[in-house]
Design a protein around this ligand. Structure first.
Ligand code: HXC
Length: 258
C-alpha cells in the first residue's frame, strides 16, 4: 500500500507511525485511518517489531476528523458508508502494544485515536479536547465511552459538554496520560519506552495487554479469573524458565520469543 497520509519507519524493534497531513493539522479521514491500520498489520506480522509508537507533528497529534470531508454527509452517507468510523476497530485488534506520543492538539477523533492506544505520552505542549459539540455533533469514536473510563464522569462530562481543552498537566493528573515530557524529548522517550517493552517476551507482553484490557470488559471476578488462568499459562513458556533462571543465576535474561 502506498502511504500518502502517514510516514512509516522502524527504530530498532519499534515501529513508528507519524501522522502526516501537516496542512490540515493531521485531520483524520478514512484514507489516513486505513493507512494506519495497514501499517499496524505490517508491524504485527513483522517478528522484528515488538512495540509501536504513533505520533503526529509538533503542532498537532491530530485536530480531529476532517471537518471539510464530513460537512456535507447525509445521515445515509454516514450510516450506510460508515464513513469516518468504519475502520477504527483495526486499532483495537492490534496485539502488540501501541504508545501514542502526543504533542500539540489531540482533539475530537485525535483524542479518541490517542485513547485507543495502550498508553499516552504527552509533550508539555499537548492539549486534549472533545470539541464536537461546537460542530453540532457528538464524539463518534469512543470519546463518550473511553474518556469516562480514563478520567471519570465529572471531567469527561466537562470536556464533552463544554468543549474545554485540558493541558498535559491536567491530563496527567486526571489519569489520561502516562507521562508528561518536554516536547523535544517526546518521540525519543516514547521510542525508549517502546524499546524496553520490545526487549521483553512478546507472548508475555501480549498477555499483559490482553489482561489489562479485560479490566474494562468484565466484572472484577471475571477479570481476576482471566488474569489467573493467563498467569498459569505463562508457566508453559520457555521465556518464563529463562526469566526466572536468569534471576536465580544473577544474570540478564535472554528472551527467545521477542
Ligand atoms: C479539517 C482542519 C481541522 C479539522 C484544523 N484544520 N482542524 N481541517 N478538519 N478537524 C485545518 C484548518 O482548517 C486550517 O486549514 C489548518 O488546519 C490550520 O488550522 P487553524 O485553525 O488555522 O489553526 P489554529 O488557529 O492554530 O487552530 C488550531 C485548532 C483549530 C484549535 C486545532 O484548527 C480547530 O479548532 N480545529 C477543529 C478541531 C475540531 O473541532 N475537532 C473535532 C472534529 S470532529 P487552512 O486551509 O485554513 O489553513 C471529530 C469527530 C470524530 O473529530 C468522529 C469520529 C472519528
Amino acid at each position: 500500500m502506498e502511504y500518502n497520509n502517514i510516514i512509516v519507519e522502524t527504530r530498532g524493534r519499534v515501529g513508528l507511525i507519524t501522522l502526516n497531513r501537516p496542512k490540515a493539522l493531521n485531520a483524520l479521514n478514512d484514507q489516513l485511518i486505513d493507512e494506519v491500520g495497514h501499517a499496524l498489520g505490517g508491524f504485527e506480522n513483522d517478528e522484528n517489531i515488538g512495540a509501536i509508537v504513533i505520533t503526529g507533528s509538533e503542532k498537532a497529534f491530530a485536530a480531529g476528523a476532517d471537518i471539510g470531508a464530513m460537512a456535507s454527509y447525509s445521515h445515509m452517507d454516514a450510516y450506510k458508508g460508515d464513513y469516518i468510523t468504519r475502520n477504527w476497530e483495526r486499532l483495537k485488534t492490534c496485539r502488540k502494544p501501541i504508545i501514542a506520543a502526543v504533542a500539540g492538539f489531540a482533539l475530537g477523533g485525535g483524542c479518541e485515536l490517542a485513547m485507543m492506544c495502550d498508553m499516552i505520552f504527552a509533550a508539555d505542549t499537548a492539549k486534549f479536547g472533545q470539541p464536537e459539540i461546537k460542530l453540532g455533533v457528538l464524539p463518534g469514536a469512543g470519546g463518550t465511552q473511553r474518556l469516562p473510563r480514563a478520567i471519570g464522569k465529572a471531567k469527561a462530562m466537562d470536556m464533552c459538554l463544554t468543549a474545554r481543552m485540558i493541558d498535559a498537566t491536567e491530563a496527567e493528573r486526571a489519569g489520561l496520560v502516562a507521562r508528561v515530557v518536554p516536547a523535544e524529548r517526546l518521540v525519543d522517550e516514547a521510542i525508549e519506552a517502546a524499546t524496553v517493552i520490545a526487549g521483553f517476551s512478546l507472548p508475555v507482553v501480549m498477555m499483559i495487554k490482553e489482561s489489562v484490557n479485560r479490566a474494562f470488559e468484565s466484572s472484577l471476578n471475571e477479570g481476576l479469573l482471566f488474569e489467573r488462568r493467563t498467569f498459569h499459562s505463562a508457566f508453559g513458556l520457555d521465556d518464563q524458565k529463562e526469566g526466572m533462571a536468569a534471576f536465580v543465576e544473577k544474570r540478564k535474561p535472554v528472551f527467545k520469543h521477542r
